[in-house]
Design a protein around this ligand. Structure first.
Ligand code: ATP
Ligand code: MG
Length: 300
């Protein structure tokens, strides 16, 4: 198996009901996704797009078939392990933002980190960094209703990326936005993709497909057309390489790294007390390529 393959779906079927009421949301669905792809999924209402995204996101299970994620068949694993994988590898963006209305913006963004072993301070620092990226740090203590739709969706994207997942799943992320806000959200997703993340996005808007490296049209639970607009060789650098590099830095900086994957120590994504007292756009030393550095460059 090529090491660049992130996801393989084989004969995936999702059936609802039995007998006379039996219907299929997905039917013998096969799909191979490489790291660094930006896939847009289109198709008429009811053709199975959300069902597909929910299964890829480990929010739902197929009735039949294999789902291989990073070489492991995850279709039959326990709900607990699915939840763990989901928290570590997958970020979600939904059409209606799905922010918790009585939590502040920063607490919403920190939510995916709650069960990762980060201290509360580290959770909030990471959330704050993610919000800075979207120029929303001045609104950290607002409640969602005090933000525009476009701002709420950017908060939702900050929440999706705060745990540094490899895969971003977006179900009609611009469906509730005006064209200007849609454009801003798409530019953010494009930047996240260029950093090596894999994005799978459902949309009804054909004009957005210019952002994708591959466009899949679905019909009745199956693939109707599948067009790659960027050759595999030209996809952004896979994030797995970045993870390897990052681990090296962590190991040299923190002498006693816990081996348990969910017991994370603060990473370079978190500012130190010293960093906080400095200009955010001036890192104190040359650092390896990271999301923050990219953000810094874009802000210049
Ligand atoms: N819980 C359920 N029980 C029964 N049928 C369901 C259920 N969830 C989805 N379906 C059916 O599965 C099919 C696919 O639904 P899905 O939500 O994936 O469509 P979609 O392509 O996302 O549509 P839309 O563009 O309207 O969001 C539909 O026919 C739907 O009615
Ligand atoms: Mg849907």
């Amino acid at each position: 198996m090529s090491e660049n393959i992130l996801i393989e779906l084989k004969g995936l079927t999702k059936r609802y009901g039995y007998g006379d009421t039996e219907s299929y949301a997905l039917k013998d669905f096969d799909l191979t996704i490489k790291r660094g792809e930006f896939i847009m999924i289109m198709g008429p209402s009811g053709c199975g797009k959300t069902t597909l995204l929910n299964i890829i996101g480990l929010l739902d299970r197929a009735s039949k078939g294999e789902y291989i994620l990073n070489g492991e068949n995850v279709a039959g694993i326990s709900a607990r392990r699915q939840a763990k994988l989901r928290a570590k590898k997958i970020g979600f963006v939904f059409q209606n933002f799905n922010l918790i209305e009585d939590l502040t913006v920063i607490d919403n963004v920190a939510l995916p980190l709650v069960y990762t072993g980060y201290s509360k301070t580290a959770q909030l620092k990471n959330a704050s960094n993610a919000l800075k990226r979207f120029h929303l740090n001045e609104r950290e203590y607002y409640l969602p209703y005090q933000l525009s739709g476009g701002q709420q969706q950017r908060v939702a994207i900050a929440r999706a990326i705060v745990g540094d997942p490899e895969i971003i799943l977006a179900d009609e992320p611009t469906g509730n936005l005006d064209s200007r806000s849609s454009h801003i959200v798409m530019e953010e997703l494009k930047a996240i993709h260029e950093e090596g993340n894999t994005i799978i996005m459902v949309t009804h808007n054909p004009s957005l497909t210019s952002y994708a490296t591959r466009v899949i049209n679905m019909l009745d639970g199956q693939i109707d057309t599948d067009v790659k607009t960027v050759a595999d060789a030209n996809l952004p650098q896979p994030i797995s390489v970045k993870i390897k590099k990052r681990k090296k830095v962590e190991e040299s900086e923190f002498v006693s790294m816990p081996t348990d994957e969910i017991k994370k120590e603060p990473t370079e994504e978190e500012p130190t007390e010293e960093d906080e007292s400095k200009e955010p756009a001036k890192p104190k030393k040359k650092r390896k390529k990271s999301k923050n550095n990219k953000k810094d460059r874009r802000n210049k």
